[in-house]
Write a protein that binds this ligand. Sequence first.
Ligand SMILES: Nc1ncnc2c1ncn2[C@@H]1O[C@H](COP(=O)(O)OP(=O)(O)OP(=O)(O)O)[C@@H](O)[C@H]1O
Ligand SMILES: [Mg+2]
Length: 309
Amino acid sequence: MITTVTMNASLDKAYFMKAPIVNGTVMRLDSCRTSAGGKGVNVARIVALCGAKVQATGLTGGFNGQQLEALLDKDGIAHQFGHMEGETRCCINILDQKYGSTEYLEPGCEVSASEEQQFMQRYPDIIRDSDVVTISGSIPRGVKKDIYGRMATIAKAMGKAVILDSSGETLKQGIQSCPTVVKPNRDEIEQLFDIKIHSMQDVIRCAEKIREIGIPYVITSLGKDGALLACEDGIFHGKPPVVEVVNTVGCGDSMVGAFAVALERKLEAEESLRYAVAVATANAMSPNTGDFDPKNLEDLLGRVAVEQI
Ligand SMILES: Nc1ncnc2c1ncn2[C@@H]1O[C@H](COP(=O)(O)OP(=O)(O)OP(=O)(O)O)[C@@H](O)[C@H]1O
Ligand SMILES: [Mg+2]
């Protein structure tokens, strides 16, 4: 089984508008959709679509939290969330013809030290039956910045593989606990090393620096340029085929979900990268976040080029 951790989950609302937004006026929506959100929740949906067993964990609270869990039930995704006093935040994405996507992200509630502690006490029990634990996204206010590192250390001591996909300070602190995999994107690498990436050689240099800390697999995702995997078996560049791109939000989460499945299935490094790039490409072809049509996968797997550098 794979457990996906989302500490900063959200109730996502997509507002679809036929008319372009006119600021300062009353706008009526054409339609709207509410879904369970947060990066680890996207990962869980992808793992389920890959046909692997999955459960979602993290923190939820209030009526929004209840709704988020009910939406996961509806999607058939198992979950064991810790509960907090505060309300799970809402994130609103307004989609119109003029601006494309405009997102409003609530700051979210503050988590108390005792809520964090209670969750961490339950955490070993929650992940007990999992082979892989994925940890994604930001942390809510009040949670200590080293939490991902502590989660990685506990999971590794229990013999589990850990994938960390975060940014800024939580990524910086998290990598010190040597998760099995980290998946930064270009911006996250630049921020981590305080540099500008100009070439593939720059990406390789940064990946090797992360590997030297003691991290077996470093996947740097590069949007339409695919992803670079640095591991013991070598350095591989996975290149997606040209497809009709509909929505790239959640492509990184898709890559994390697929790589978790590949780790659980014990695929070779090269095949794991091929699988992760194919699933991420399939997500880019879907209008929904953390979603793909499994019918496209076979064809995409054959069209992803993996080159050893
Ligand atoms: N325009 C695109 N065309 C084809 N594949 C894409 C495109 N954008 C992303 N992908 C695929 O998705 C993978 C992850 O994308 P990206 O580097 O944008 O991740 P990310 O920035 O972490 O995304 P997010 O955090 O929104 O999930 C890429 O390595 C690539 O395989
Ligand atoms: Mg990402």
